[in-house]
Design a protein around this ligand. Structure first.
Ligand code: GLN
Length: 499
């Protein structure tokens, strides 16, 4: 088996036993990126030299016998809305083309301090607005399972990179599903931690009350190990949780779901879900039951308003966050025709630098926040948010974790929803409630849909601060599914025909 197919934790042990060096491993990854990326467009920037320098450094430290952290030497891809010193950071937008940040995001500092070489920056929908990467100013990423389809969004660069063995690990950000949905449609594992569990410092803000950074990997233990690297309090983020939520790596070693109460969310099953998605989802539940879990049904009636509430709150926050792109402080500056005033330069720059979806949301958000409309739109949406939190709190009285398919369908075709923003928004039905409530969620691959042979994801949700529960149930279900599923997935990338 090629080194590319190995999981991060296997690679970590190979590094420890000196079966392989970080330089060899990183070089193998970079070679695969050079082969696949021109077609898949997973990375916007590949940092060949930097990655190899970092790999060489960690190899030297290991040779000296220095004590290194668990993932030291394992390379990683970073979503391009996380700031990186010396590496262009665009957030998928033309307005930030050429911008090289003077500071690292806290999560980037953390992966560097754990000595994980950075392979590059992955593609995303512009400012993480979207579900397909088609809103990226640099073209969409392709789904390695079927090159005519989207790898999901906004973090489709990270998901397609990890699924096609262009990286063993990646970082994503999830405001309404941008880690979990791409994971579901590429057969990878994606986790959105509890709000505040991972510092947002250096994440280019989309919806500040919704955003969370999390892992994208090929298995549950890898996600847990990466989660442990990036989590923890940070003085630079005022919403960062003070306390530690424990070791996810330990949780991922769990081997029993006996007595675990798994709540099926009534509103997120059945009608509106692709038959093959429901089929794989039901099968996964049956496996959990056979292993001793108890299934209960829960109802979250307010979920019917989740999309409407999210698509007011998120654009409202985005419209305010994106005001900083003013042609003065960052990136692009476009001079207007005729006499230039500050306002005219700003307008010309924002007109040229932002794409259609970003403009749509700035207009929507500004409208929702404007005086006279605030109560009717933003205020009402915040009330819905409270109702959703109450529904979830009630559901968690009956169940330890909640479960649903991550998305209504498998990967859709590029172009299929691009002309219809509403259809794109509806895709987020199952993922958005977790962001509105601040709770953690995991998408886990549960097999291939029979009608199209494309990956299906199941989403687990846990109460705030109980992220460990996701890893406990995820680790067991992954094992139960192992023979059926992960083999086909691991065999898959080397067969990818790239032309
Ligand atoms: N699809 C959602 C949106 O467009 C989610 C985005 C995200 O999580 N960054 O807003």
């Amino acid at each position: 088996m090629s080194v590319l197919n190995k999981s991060a934790h296997e690679l970590a042990s190979m590094l420890v036993s000196k079966e392989i060096s970080s330089v060899e491993l990183t070089r193998a990854q970079l070679d695969n990126i050079d082969k696949l990326n021109p077609r898949l467009n997973s990375y916007l920037t590949v940092t060949h030299e930097l990655a190899l320098t970092q790999a060489r450094q960690v190899d030297e430290l290991r040779a000296k016998g220095e004590k290194l952290s668990a993932l030291a030497g394992v390379p990683i891809a970073v979503k391009d809305n996380l700031t990186t010193i010396g590496i262009e950071t665009t957030a998928g937008s033309k307005i930030l083309q050429g911008w090289v940040p003077p500071y690292n995001a806290t999560v980037v500092e953390k992966i560097l301090s754990h000595r994980m070489p950075i392979l590059g920056k992955t593609n995303l929908d512009e400012f993480a607005m979207g579900s397909s990467t088609e809103n990226s100013a640099y073209g969409p990423s392709l789904n390695p399972w079927d090159l005519a389809r989207t790898p999901g969004g906004s973090g489709g660069g990270s998901s397609s990179a990890v699924a096609s063995m262009q990286a063993p690990l990646a970082l994503g950000s999830d405001t309404g599903g941008s880690i979990r949905f791409p994971a579901a449609v590429t057969g990878t594992v994606g986790v959105k931690p509890t709000y505040g569990a991972v510092s947002r410092y250096g994440l280019i803000a989309l919806g500040s009350s919704l955003d969370q950074i999390g892992p994208v990997t090929r298995n549950v233990l890898d996600a847990a190990m990466l989660h442990d690297v990036i989590a923890g309090h940070d003085d630079m983020d005022a919403t960062s949780l003070a306390e530690s939520l424990g070791s996810m790596t330990e949780a991922a070693k769990n081997d029993s779901v006996k007595g675990l109460k798994v709540g099926i969310i009534k509103e997120l099953t059945g009608e509106g879900f692709q038959a093959g998605v429901s089929e794989r989802f039901q099968e996964a539940l049956e496996l959990l039951v056979a292993a001793g879990a108890e299934i209960v049904e829960v109802s979250c009636p307010s979920f019917q308003y989740a999309i409407a509430a999210y698509y007011l709150i998120q654009p409202a926050e985005a419209s305010s966050n994106l005001a900083r792109f003013d042609s003065v402080r960052f990136g692009l500056r476009v001079m207007p025709e005729g006499a230039a005033t500050v306002e005219k330069v700003m307008a010309a720059t924002r007109e040229a630098g932002f794409g259609a979806e970003v403009k749509r949301r700035i207009i929507l958000g500004t409208y929702a926040l404007s005086s006279g409309y605030y109560d009717a739109y933003y205020g009402s949406a915040q009330k819905v948010r409270t109702l959703i939190q109450a529904d979830l709190a009630k559901a968690f009285e009956k169940a330890d974790v909640l479960v649903s398919p991550t998305a209504p369908t498998t990967a859709f075709l590029l172009g299929e929803k691009q002309e219809d923003p509403l259809a794109m928004y509806l895709n987020d039905i199952a993922t958005i409630p977790a962001n509105l409530a601040g709770i953690p969620g995991m998408s886990l691959p549960v097999g291939l849909a029979s009608e199209d042979n494309l990956p299906v994801g199941a989403q687990f949700l846990a109460p705030a601060r109980q992220d460990a529960r996701l890893y406990k149930v995820g680790a067991v279900l992954e094992k139960l599914l192992e023979n059926k599923w992960s083999k086909s997935m691991l065999d898959f990338a080397p067969k990818l025909e790239v032309n």
